[in-house]
Design a protein around this ligand. Structure first.
Ligand SMILES: Nc1ncnc2c1ncn2[C@@H]1O[C@H](COP(=O)(O)OP(=O)(O)O)[C@@H](O)[C@H]1O
Ligand SMILES: [Mg+2]
Length: 247
């Protein structure tokens, strides 16, 4: 379990972001501590991906601050934020299709080492950990969806993140594939990597590995707590009316 003493690893502090007249992030605050797994849930269009895009520097907040290890990362470029130790996967999976699986992961490792030998060694370890070794020489574009999603995780892990952001990791996967992905996330947690996941629907398997869950609805945080607290919260159930709540 997470250690809630001391300074949070990441602080998302009263952040606001609007697109046109619409506040997509409306005064949202939360934090994550070292070793913790936090899930952000909310219906489609709630603003989850936009939160991820602000943490990783693809979108700059209008107001508020984002701090990582106590230092503001607001306004930094995505590569600068990656170098601080924040890795991510994308909701729309986009590995470099014309590179092999191995080379995709080697590229991730070059984020922290200039040694070709070291990068390859680490990439091979990560391919084994993520169950991708049998596909190592295949072109990434030829992989089935579930394997492409794992490759996204593998490539992010190769950068040696302190915090990894996983957007819709289980979307489009069969229940069996989703369980395999959850097993992988458990391994990451065992290795001390903190994680923030985003998902549209409340999946029991994901609930199992979250220390804490926050619920986003129309750009606002409407609930925060343990998975059990959040799924029994009337506001959360209300927000999901007309949507599918799987608990
Ligand atoms: N770059 C953008 N420009 C304009 N509107 C955007 C942009 N990115 C997201 N949005 C809008 O912001 C809202 C939240 O989107 P998003 O963060 O992707 O939600 P979620 O990931 O929860 O489905 C949606 O209404 C979406 O259309
Ligand atoms: Mg999204």
């Amino acid at each position: 379990m997470s250690n809630h003493n001391g300074r949070p690893l990441l602080e998302f502090d009263h952040v606001k972001k609007h697109f046109g007249g619409l506040f997509v992030t409306n005064d949202v605050s939360f934090s994550i501590h070292e070793g913790e797994v936090l899930f952000i849930i909310g219906p489609n269009g709630a603003g989850k991906t936009t939160i991820f895009n602000q943490i990783t520097g693809f979108v700059t907040p209008d107001e508020g601050d984002i701090r990582f290890e106590g230092r503001s990362i607001k306004g930094l470029r995505p590569y600068q934020i990656a170098r601080r130790g924040i890795g991510r996967t994308f909701q729309i999976v986009k590995p470099l299709a014309n590179m092999t699986v191995l080379d995709n992961v080697v590229l991730g490792a070059f984020a922290h080492t200039a040694s070709k030998h070291q990068a390859r060694k680490e990439a091979e370890e990560i391919l084994a950990l993520t169950g991708l070794d049998r596909w190592r020489d295949m072109l990434a574009g030829a992989l089935p969806l579930a394997a492409r999603k794992r490759l996204e995780i593998a490539r992010a892990l190769a950068t040696r993140p302190k915090l990894i952001l996983l957007d819709e990791v289980c979307a489009g996967l069969t229940p069996t594939e989703a369980v395999e992905t959850i097993q992988l996330l458990k391994q990451l947690r065992d290795r001390g990597v903190s994680a923030i996941g985003g998902i549209e629907h409340v999946m029991r398997v994901v609930m199992e590995i979250s220390d804490r869950v926050i619920v986003i609805h129309h750009g606002q945080k409407i609930a925060e707590g343990t998975p059990q607290e959040v799924t029994s919260n009337p506001d959360v159930i209300e927000a999901y009316l007309g949507s599918k709540l799987e608990v």
